[in-house]
Design a protein around this ligand. Structure first.
Ligand SMILES: [Zn+2]
Length: 227
């Protein structure tokens, strides 16, 4: 359940893993209608709901872990605008979207998508970074003058959507908005079928579009190859 070799001595990381796994238990225990059987890797008649649950399941566990971390540990950067602080935070966002897009060839990876959206919506450091980027408050190191200077306006996409093909941005932002609305609920961990269907529709659309996108690219390459 917990990869202990990944968190041998680093206690905050270990506790985060632990809270994540407990988050799964907490979310499943609070399902009024039981959806956890969708978590298996086999196909179900309601594929859209299953797809929604695959993202939700990981999203909610990571969100709960971030929620508990925020309260139990004072992990936020002292000054998120400093490049020494925001660079590694931004790299976390880029890594999360990289796995969401690149793990599978013809579709997104639902597990990693759940992690990505939980990271940008509930990780306290990432949220502070996105907020600072939106206000143009981030700094960058100026090696000629040996000091931090304001980062040029609009030179950063804090959600790292530019690292995947542009055509997916709209659906990714719609999914973000849906999950953001869910998190605003008082008991955000409670989930209903209607919500899973909405989420599943967006993710299925992302998967379908990626499948076509990759196939179209492959076709173009072979056509060009035939020249
Ligand atoms: Zn998990």
């Amino acid at each position: 359940m917990i990869c202990q070799d990944l968190c041998q001595v680093y206690l905050p990381e270990f506790t985060h893993f632990l809270w994540h796994e407990l988050g799964h238990f907490y979310a499943v225990a609070n399902e009024r209608k039981k959806f956890y059987y969708f978590g298996g890797q086999i196909s179900f008649p309601n594929e859209i709901r299953r797809t929604g649950y695959m993202v939700w399941n990981e999203f909610i566990a990571e969100s709960i872990a971030n929620y508990v971390s925020r309260r139990a540990l004072n992990t936020n950067c002292q000054d998120i605008t400093d490049p020494l602080c925001w660079y590694p935070v931004y790299n976390r966002v880029k890594k999360a979207i990289y796995y969401a897009y690149n793990t599978f060839f013809l579709s997104f990876d639902e597990y990693s998508l759940g992690q990505y959206f939980a990271t940008i919506l509930t990780d306290v450091e990432v949220k502070a970074f996105i907020d600072a980027a939106g206000k143009n408050e981030l700094l960058e190191w100026d090696s000629r003058n040996w000091r931090n200077v304001p980062l040029h306006t609009n030179t950063i996409d804090p959600l790292a959507l530019h690292t995947i093909p542009e055509q997916f941005s709209g659906l990714m932002l719609e999914t973000k908005a849906l999950l953001e609305k869910k998190l605003a609920e008082e008991s955000f961990w409670n989930v209903e079928g209607k919500f899973l269907d909405e989420l599943g529709s967006l993710i299925s659309e992302l998967n379908n579009q990626k499948g076509f996108f990759v196939l179209r690219q492959a076709l173009n390459i072979s056509e060009n190859g035939k020249g």
